[in-house]
Design a protein around this ligand. Structure first.
Ligand code: GRG
Length: 321
């Protein structure tokens, strides 16, 4: 799916699908586990059209959602690195750094269009609409991040909305799409959505913690990169609640390392990191609860996948990279 006709575009589009730099593949892992977790029992009569097909055909359609989602994710990373003028990604030179901005933008567009072609082939307009909404949210979240007013920058609500758009929407809408493709009810589709949303929020909250606490090697990018780019995340927002004077430090400008150091000093004195971890844990447990609310199913594969999805919520909050 990522192979292009023109050699230059082909090597650019394939860049982050090569062995060793494929990333965690967190989204496709969740999506395929969700697919199995929602499989209806074969003994039950199939409902209208949707699941009335061979299991292998259904699995291929579910796999398509996993592939589409990863391609959209990688496209957004390519564009993000151009916008941020990044020089590394996944521990190697970012594509913009190695091949230039123009080809990076085009490679992102190419991946996005290939994802659209596959999406259209599934012939499910509701799923098309969900995935298109997720792409719109990626763009909206990115724009919110780059055009934040001083007021918005200190707002937890603004931060959480942006976080949903940038990180949680793609995974939640993909999980919902899987439920619909599997022929599940609207209620089950909503639980799949809730799982993805809360897992995505927990994931990003921990990412924001790791930006402060992790080492640059384990993150694959420079530590403290958010704060140095003027991006205020949950740990600092909580620190601001404890020390209102921190706001004026941030408002003075994080382009000045003196202000960054001062802000970090406040963060160190505060419970910002701890409270962010607690919020992540709350979302992780909401994600688990969504899985536990799914209709009972005694199929062994279904149960194993549900246990894995719950296990993932623990891993997300305990990860160190
Ligand atoms: C072209 C679809 C498209 C969008 C353009 C630039 C942009 C609009 C959106 C950027 C969205 C973005 C980069 C969100 C951050 C999401 C995020 C948490 C990335 C890190 O994900 P990991 O940790 O990365 O899963 P790996 O490398 O493991 O895949």
């Amino acid at each position: 799916m990522v192979v292009a006709e023109v050699p230059k575009l082909a090597s650019a589009a394939e860049y982050f699908f090569k062995m060793g730099v494929e990333g965690k593949r967190f989204r496709p892992t969740v999506i395929l586990l969700m697919a199995t977790a929602l499989n209806v029992q074969i003994s039950k009569p199939a409902s209208e059209g949707v699941v009335d097909m061979f299991p292998t055909e259904l699995r291929m359609r579910q796999q398509s959602i996993a592939e589409i989602t990863e391609m959209i994710h990688v496209a957004s990373l390519l564009h993000d690195d151009v916008l941020d003028d990044a020089d590394t990604r996944r521990g190697i030179g970012s594509l913009n750094f190695v091949m230039g901005n123009k080809i990076s933008v085009l490679a992102g567009d190419f991946l996005l269009s290939r994802a659209c072609i596959t999406l259209a082939s599934l012939k499910n307009t509701e799923v098309v609409s969900l995935i298109a909404t997720a792409v719109e949210h990626l763009v909206t979240g990115e724009t919110m991040q780059m055009s934040t007013s001083a007021e918005q920058r200190s707002s937890m609500d603004y931060y959480l909305q942006k976080t949903y758009y940038k990180t949680a929407s793609l995974i939640s809408n993909s999980c919902k799409s899987i439920a619909l493709l599997t022929g599940q009810t609207a209620e089950v589709a909503m639980l799949a959505y809730e799982y993805g949303k809360n897992l995505g929020l927990a994931f990003q909250l921990i990412d924001d913690v790791l930006d402060f606490t992790g080492t640059s090697t384990s993150l694959g990018k420079g530590s403290l990169s958010d704060i140095r780019h003027g991006i205020v995340t949950a740990p600092m927002l909580y620190a601001m609640e404890e020390f209102p004077e921190l706001r004026s430090v941030i408002d003075k400008g994080l382009d000045n390392p003196v202000n960054v150091d001062l802000a970090l000093e406040y963060l160190g004195k505060s419970h910002g990191i701890q409270r962010t971890r607690e919020l992540a844990a709350k979302h992780a447990s909401l994600a688990s609860a969504a899985i536990e609310s799914l209709p009972e199913n005694d199929d062994e594969d279904v149960q194993r996948s549900r246990r894995a999805l719950i296990e993932l919520t623990h891993r997300v909050i305990n990860r160190t990279k």
